[in-house]
Structure formats: structure tokens, C-alpha cells
Design a protein around this ligand. Structure first.
Ligand SMILES: [Zn+2]
Length: 555
């Protein structure tokens, strides 16, 4: 992997305090124990024999790809009821606008075409249309999907299918459907299709889609179950899986150690706020990479309370931390060559007599002071402590923060593309490419602190936490607030991802960000498929002139 980062003295992180979750903070509040039913999702690189009369099958691909395979390639999924003539007639009848599906045998076998159109800011995998198609055709039995695509689209396609199979479910009617499973069988066409997917490729798909589904489950789970203590437990479970003991700083200890952002945002809730860190430190690593996630498990807005309409769905305000959890699990599990730290900023923005007030002035972990002018602009406060911890305690060279941060993100880049803000053009380019490859799309916002940071000016403190003018690049401004804790002279890479709208689609979480982060850092992975799809981090001459960029080849 080539990381292009400005020249800084490479240093290793110092020892961290290792505090286990405090049992006294646990509260058992489950009155009803629901049986959580999920569909098992499997991937294979070749087709198995099955009969559509007992095992439903969907053959899906772009029309030009479906036309590259023959009946003989898929007959083992269709015989004896679907003949070559029926298959050819169905294929010839497809007119995707944007998608089209033709039944092959009752509702047990069908062939479906993904959209033909794909403009330059879309993912070539047509991931969003694929999720929609899958959601519409699942029967709830043991079923098969035959995915016909190019090798470069395999990962995005697998993640798109995973999004259609959410894990969180409280429907009483699901309690006895133990035998559900979906098996995705890939047929590769186009470049590099000579060899089928290897076991390492399949491992990549299984691991990353597990991360996507984990992330979506955490986001879908209401705050009555996924409070800060439960989130800490989820992180600890991933830690056990990866043989990593998390560092947990929570409750009053946050205040004592100077984490004024996380502490003050979360102090009104019955479940205490927490800063949790998972660290992967492989031998020979030279760089410290920190992923910082916003984990507001519920956002009432605080004393600047949201309305009954805008509060709905605020269980999803932990989408950034959930993305970091799923992505860290997948990236480490698949082998990663550099130091990677996942930093979770967990708090519930609640209302009580102890709540943070407008007009209060607080001190962040960076030492900067903030005059609160909007308690609903809390995400930037917790993330500021997270990135400052990355810099001060972990000596980060690369800091990525990811958050459901602003409503303005939806206005600026919409429901499909997250907005990104970064101090480094090479990383911006790489992130745009990683978005198209992974299906987690992004679009760049301006990085100009000298023009925008004045929005936070305060007569009393270093800054306020909400902008003066809401019509002045709010996505960039919110990102800059976080970057100010690193300092605008930070010599490493800072990349901010605002995913407020892509975090969900309809009534479900998407697991957005897992595939994006895993792909963006894919060149540092030992996994062959991640290396194949990862965007090269191309050097940018502008950066070299300005910052004496040093290029480091990893692996
Ligand atoms: Zn808020």
C-alpha cells in the first residue's frame, strides 16, 4: 500500500490505560426477550446443483454480462423445469428501465437485469439497484442468488446483497424460521474472469459482509437496547473475536482526564458516555492510522430539543461508530499491515437537570474551549475528543473521522453519497474511487478553513459549536470544527466523512462505511481481493510542493 502522507516523524503510540468495562454501570432493562432471527448469508465461487422446485433461484446481472453466459453455465440451478428455450426467451425479453425481472418458473426462478445506465458518480456495480431487487424477491426459504458480474464489482455486489438481509428483527412471527439461508454463487465475466473466486476472495466477501450486517444491526437496534453500555459490549465482543482487549474510559473518568466533549454531551443520560479504543498493532508497522466514529446512541438534541418529527430515527446517530466497528473487524480479520486504531466516541444526548446547557463553556481534550450555542450540534464535540486522543495518545499519522453529522449533508450530496472533507487531495481522489468500488459513494466538499472557520467565532471562548450562517458550507464547517482539535497545521492526513443520509435507506440501516473504509485501506491488506479492488493512492504534485510529501510503500 502506498500511503501518501506529509513528512512527519514516525512514532509509535505510547502505552494506554487499559480499563475494562465497569460492571456497576450495567443496567438490565430488557422486559421482553425477543428471538433475533437472521438469514445466513454464504458466498461461493461456483454453482452447485439445485432444483428450483425446492430451492428458489434468482439469476442477476447487467444485461451485457448476462448475455456473456449461456444456459449451460446456469442449467444446474434451473433443471428440470426451466429449459434452454425458456431461459433464452426470458433473457431476450428483458428491457431494464431501470431494472427488469422475468419469471422462469412460477415465483421460484427468475432472471433479472440491473440498470444499463451508470454515470460517472455512480458505482459500476449498480449496488443500490441490486439491493432493491434482492429485497423484492426474497421468499424467506433456503434460496440461491446467481450473481453474474465482473471481478471488480464482486465486493460491492456482495455488500449490496448483505444490505437486503438485515439482522435486527423484533417481529414475533419470525421466531420459528430457523432454516433461512441465502447462498450467493458468482459467475465472473469480463477482465480477470479466467479463475473463479478463490477461498481468500470468498473469505473477504464473508468477512466484509459480516461487518456490514453487524454495523447495520447496531444502527437498527433502538436505544432502549443499544445504549452506550450495550455498544461497549458490542465492541468488546469484536475485541474477543480479534484477540484485542479494548481500552474503555467512561463516566466520571472522562471528566477527570479532560474529555470535556464526550463527558458533557453524555452526562445527562442514565447510561454513561464512553471513549473506547480497539488497537491492532502488527509487527513491523510504521504508521498509526486512526478511525474515529461518532456513536451518539440517541440524539434528542439535548436542551435544544428536536421536534417530534426530526427526533424520529435518531437511534441511527451512532452510524459512524457502527461503521468503524464493522470495518475494523473486517480489516483486521483479513490481515492488515499497519497500526490501526478504532476510536468510538459513545454518548446519549439526553435531557435531564444535569444536561449540558446553551451558553455553557466546556474544554475539549485538545485544550480548546467551546461556548455551546446549540446542544444539538453534539457530534462534533465528541469527535473532537476522539481525534485529539488519536493525535496526542496514539500519535496518528492518518485520522479518518466518520459520522452522521449534519442535515446539511443531505442537501449537499443527497441520500446516496456521503460528503467528505480532507486536507489531502490524494486521499480525496482515493476516497472517491473507493466509494465507487465499494458501493459506499462519496462526494468531495471544500476544504478551506481560512474562509469557513470564522463561522464558529466566539467572544468568550475559542469557538462556538454551531455556525453563525447556516447557508455557508455547513458540511465543511462541521468537519473543520473537528479538524480544529488536530490544528489546521496538522501535518498528517485528515479525512472527514459525513454520512448522515446514506446511513439508512427506507426504514433500515445500510451498514454504510464498512465497505468504504475496508476498500480505502485495501492496499494495506494481505487479502488478495481487497488488494485487487483498492484504489491506488496516487501522488499529487501539488501536495509535494506544499508539504514535502513522503511516499511509503507498505506490504
Ligand atoms: Zn444532534
Amino acid at each position: 500500500m502506498i500511503f501518501v502522507v506529509p513528512s512527519v516523524s514516525s512514532s509509535t503510540a505510547g502505552p494506554s490505560t487499559n480499563l475494562l468495562p465497569h460492571p456497576s454501570h450495567r443496567q438490565e432493562s430488557h422486559f421482553v426477550s425477543f428471538i433475533k432471527m437472521t438469514r445466513c448469508l454464504k458466498f461461493t465461487g461456483k454453482l452447485s446443483q439445485s432444483d428450483p422446485q425446492t430451492s428458489p433461484v434468482r439469476i442477476i446481472g447487467q444485461l451485457r454480462n448476462l448475455n456473456k453466459i449461456s444456459y449451460d453455465d446456469v442449467k444446474m440451478k434451473l433443471e428440470p423445469v426451466v429449459t434452454a428455450e425458456m431461459y433464452a426467451t426470458a433473457l431476450a425479453s428483458l428491457r431494464p428501465a431501470p431494472t427488469d425481472t422475468c419469471p422462469l418458473w412460477l415465483n421460484m426462478a427468475s432472471v433479472a437485469a440491473l440498470p444499463t445506465q451508470c454515470s460517472r458518480h455512480n458505482t459500476p456495480s449498480r449496488a443500490h439497484a441490486l439491493t432493491k431487487l434482492i429485497k423484492g424477491c426474497l421468499t424467506g426459504r433456503k434460496e440461491f442468488i446467481v450473481m453474474v458480474c465482473e471481478r471488480r464489482d464482486v465486493l460491492a455486489s456482495a455488500c449490496a446483497i448483505a444490505r437486503a438481509l438485515p439482522e435486527y428483527n423484533c417481529k414475533a412471527s419470525c421466531s420459528n424460521s430457523f432454516s433461512r439461508s441465502v447462498t450467493v454463487e458468482f459467475i465472473l465475466v469480463g477482465p480477470d474472469c479466467e479463475n473463479p473466486l478463490s477461498s481468500s476472495d470468498l473469505d473477504c466477501l464473508h468477512t466484509i459482509t459480516s461487518g456490514v450486517r453487524l454495523s447495520a444491526r447496531v444502527v437498527d437496534t433502538p436505544c432502549s437496547e443499544m445504549h452506550t453500555d450495550a455498544f461497549v459490549d458490542e465492541i468488546a465482543k469484536v475485541g474477543v473475536e480479534l484477540n484485542i482487549v479494548p481500552v474503555v474510559i467512561r463516566g466520571q473518568e472522562l471528566a477527570e482526564r479532560g474529555f470535556g466533549g464526550i463527558y458533557n454531551v453524555g452526562k445527562a443520560a442514565s447510561h454513561p458516555p464512553a471513549l473506547v479504543i480497539l488497537s491492532h498493532r502488527p509487527e513491523g508497522a510504521t504508521y498509526n492510522i486512526c478511525w474515529v466514529g461518532k456513536g451518539i446512541v440517541y440524539d434528542t438534541g439535548g436542551l435544544c430539543i428536536k421536534s417530534k418529527a426530526t427526533m424520529l430515527g435518531m437511534k441511527r446517530d451512532c452510524g459512524g461508530a457502527a461503521a468503524v466497528l464493522g470495518a475494523f473487524y473486517a480489516t483486521v480479520k483479513l490481515g492488515f499491515n499497519e497500526n490501526l486504531h478504532a476510536i468510538f466516541c459513545l454518548a446519549e444526548n439526553a435531557v435531564s437537570p444535569d444536561a449540558l446547557r446553551p451558553d455553557d463553556i466546556i474544554s475539549l481534550y485538545s485544550g480548546r474551549t467551546v461556548e455551546i450555542n446549540n446542544t444539538d450540534a453534539e457530534g462534533r464535540l465528541v469527535l473532537s475528543d476522539g481525534v485529539a486522543y488519536a493525535q496526542k495518545d496514539l500519535k496518528a499519522d492518518i485520522v479518518i473521522d466518520i459520522a452522521t453529522l449534519t442535515g446539511a449533508q443531505g442537501v449537499a450530496t443527497g441520500r446516496f453519497h456521503a460528503g467528505i472533507v480532507t486536507n489531502n487531495e490524494s486521499w480525496e481522489t482515493a476516497c472517491l474511487k473507493a466509494g465507487r468500488v465499494s458501493g459506499d459513494l462519496v462526494h468531495a466538499m471544500p476544504y478551506t478553513p481560512e474562509l469557513h472557520f470564522g463561522e464558529f467565532s466566539s467572544a468568550l471562548a475559542d469557538m462556538k459549536n454551531s455556525v453563525a450562517d447556516r447557508s455557508n458550507a455547513q458540511v465543511s464547517c462541521a468537519g473543520l470544527f473537528i479538524a480544529s482539535s488536530l490544528g489546521f497545521d496538522f501535518s498528517g492526513v485528515w479525512l472527514h466523512i459525513d454520512m448522515a443520509f446514506p446511513v439508512y435507506s427506507g426504514e433500515r440501516a445500510t451498514g454504510y462505511g464498512v465497505s468504504l473504509l475496508a476498500t480505502l485501506f485495501g492496499e494495506g491488506s494481505t487479502n488478495s481481493l481487497l488488494q485487487y479492488v483498492a484504489p491506488p493512492l496516487v501522488e499529487n504534485p501539488m501536495d509535494i510542493e506544499e508539504n514535502e510529501v513522503k511516499k511509503i510503500r507498505l506490504v
